[in-house]
Design a protein around this ligand. Structure first.
Ligand code: UD1
Length: 383
C-alpha cells in the first residue's frame, strides 16, 4: 500500500511526525508492503518555519518538494492543486493523507479527489462557524471531498453529524487501539459514503513524545534569561487578526494591558512581522520580540510561562495539557473543550483570572491517535 502525505505549513510537519512513526512501525511488524511518500508543497519555506521541524523530529527529506511559496489564496491554492496533481499522476498512491486546515490541505485534497484517489483527512470535523477565516473554508471543503475523516474529539464528530455525515464508526465514541483487529470488516469507506472515526488528536501524540525531549534539550529559558512562571508568552499570526488593522490595534491594546506587570515573550510569525509596521498601536517595552521557534523550544517556553495569549489552535491545547492558563485572541475557538475546562478563555470574556476545573479530563484521546489512523487506512482502503 502506498500512502502519500501532503504537508506544507508549520503545524503539518508536527502532525505528520506521529503518523510517519506509526506507518514505519506497522510496516516493520507486518507482511504487507507499506510505503510512505512525503510531498511538501513549500507553503512554508524559511528555516524556522519548516526545516527546523524536520531536523527536530528526524523527518525524512520530502520525496517531492513543490516550491509553491507565498501568494494570494488563489495563487497559492491553485499552484498546489496543479503541482500535487502532477506528482500524484506519477506516483499513483492508494490513499492521500492531508492534515489540518491550511491552503496545502485544501489544494492537496482537491487535486487528489478529482483524480479519484481516496483522501484521508487528519483533524477532520473542526468548525469555528466563522466563514471569514480561510481555515474554515479549507476545513469544510476538505471534509466534503474526503473518504476517511479522522476526528480528534467528540465535538468534531458532532459537527460532521450536523453536516449529514452519517457513516460514523463506533457511534462516534473514541475507538480502542485494537478496534480494527477485532472488527476487521465492520468499516466501509467510500467517497459516496465517507467514514468518520473518533481517533483522538495526533497533536497529543506529538506533544507526549516531545515534552520530555524539550525538557532535556531546550536551553531557551537560559538563553532568554527567564525565570520560571515569571513571564507571559504570546503568539499571534491568524490572518483574521493580523490582516485587519482595527482588530490588530484592539488586540495589541489588550495584550499591553495584560502585560503591564510581567514581561512578555513574543516569537513573531512572518505574517505578523509584515503588518506590524503599519499598526497604529505598538507593543510596550516589556514585550520581547524574538524569531519563530522550533517545537521543542516553543513547548519549553510555554511550559515555564505564567500565562499564554495565542490565536493558534495547537497552543490552546498544549497549554491545557501543560496546565498553563491561556487567553485565546479570537472571538471563537474550534477547541471548545479547553474553554469548558476553564484553562482557556476567549479574550472578550477575560475578567482578570482563570477558573480551571479540578478534575482532569482527557478530551483528545490517549496519545495514540496515529496508530488508530494507520490501522484504519490499512483496513478500509482497497488497493
Ligand atoms: C498558514 C495557515 C494557518 C496556519 C499557519 C501556521 C492558511 C490559509 N493558513 O498561515 O492556518 O495556522 O499557516 O503557521 O493556509 N512567510 C514567510 N516565510 C515562510 C512562510 C510564510 O515569510 O516560511 C510569510 C509570507 O510573507 C507569507 C505570510 O508569511 O505571505 C503568510 O504565509 P501563508 O502561508 O500565506 O499563511 P500563514 O499565515 O503562515
Amino acid at each position: 500500500m502506498k500512502i502519500a502525505n501532503i504537508v506544507g505549513a508549520r503545524p503539518q510537519f508536527i502532525k505528520f511526525f506521529p503518523i510517519s512513526e506509526a506507518i514505519k512501525k506497522y510496516a516493520a511488524n507486518s507482511d504487507n508492503v507499506v510505503s510512505e511518500i512525503l510531498i511538501h508543497t513549500g507553503q512554508h519555506y524559511d528555516y524556522n518555519m519548516s526545516k527546523v521541524f524536520f531536523d527536530e523530529f528526524g523527518i525524512k527529506t520530502p520525496d517531492y518538494h513543490l516550491g509553491v511559496g507565498s501568494g494570494s489564496h488563489g495563487e497559492q491554492t491553485g499552484q498546489i492543486i496543479q503541482k500535487v496533481e502532477d506528482v500524484l499522476m506519477k506516483v499513483r498512491p492508494d490513499v492521500v493523507m492531508v492534515y489540518g486546515d491550511t491552503n496545502s490541505t485544501l489544494g492537496g485534497a482537491l487535486a487528489t479527489a478529482k483524480i479519484h484517489i481516496p483522501v484521508a483527512h487528519v483533524e477532520s470535523g473542526l468548525r469555528s462557524f466563522n466563514k471569514k477565516m480561510p481555515e474554515e473554508i479549507n476545513r469544510i471543503l476538505t471534509d466534503r471531498v474526503s473518504t476517511l475523516l479522522f476526528c480528534p474529539s467528540k465535538t468534531a464528530i458532532k459537527n460532521l453529524r450536523n453536516e449529514s455525515f452519517n457513516n460514523v464508526l463506533n457511534n462516534g465514541d473514541f475507538i480502542s487501539r485494537d478496534y480494527f483487529f477485532y472488527n476487521a470488516d465492520s468499516a466501509d469507506a467510500k467517497i459516496d459514503n465517507p467514514l468518520v472515526i473518533n481517533t483522538g488528536d495526533v497533536m497529543y501524540d506529538a506533544f507526549l513524545f516531545s515534552v520530555n525531549i524539550a525538557n532535556r534539550r531546550s536551553s531557551i529559558i537560559e538563553q532568554l534569561q527567564l525565570e520560571d512562571k515569571d513571564y507571559n508568552l504570546l503568539t499571534l499570526h491568524r490572518a483574521e487578526n493580523t490582516d485587519n488593522l482595527e482588530k490588530l490595534n484592539e488586540i495589541i491594546d489588550f495584550i499591553n494591558e495584560i502585560s503591564m506587570d510581567r514581561n512578555l515573550i513574543f516569537p513573531m510569525h512572518p505574517r505578523m512581522k509584515k503588518v506590524y509596521g503599519s499598526s497604529r498601536t505598538k507593543f510596550t517595552d516589556n514585550i520581547k520580540i524574538i524569531m519563530p521557534l522550533g517545537y521543542f523550544d516553543n513547548l519549553m517556553l510555554l511550559q515555564k510561562s505564567a500565562l499564554v495569549m495565542t490565536d493558534s489552535g495547537g497552543i490552546q491545547k498544549e497549554a491545557y495539557w501543560l496546565k498553563v492558563p491561556c487567553i485565546t485572541l479570537r472571538n471563537e475557538t474550534e477547541w471548545v473543550e479547553t474553554l469548558q475546562s476553564g484553562w482557556n478563555v476567549l479574550y472578550k470574556n477575560y475578567s482578570g483570572s482563570h477558573k480551571p476545573l479540578v478534575n482532569d479530563v482527557s478530551y483528545y484521546g490517549d496519545g495514540e491517535a496515529a496508530v488508530r489512523i494507520v490501522s484504519a487506512l490499512i483496513k478500509t482502503i482497497k488497493q
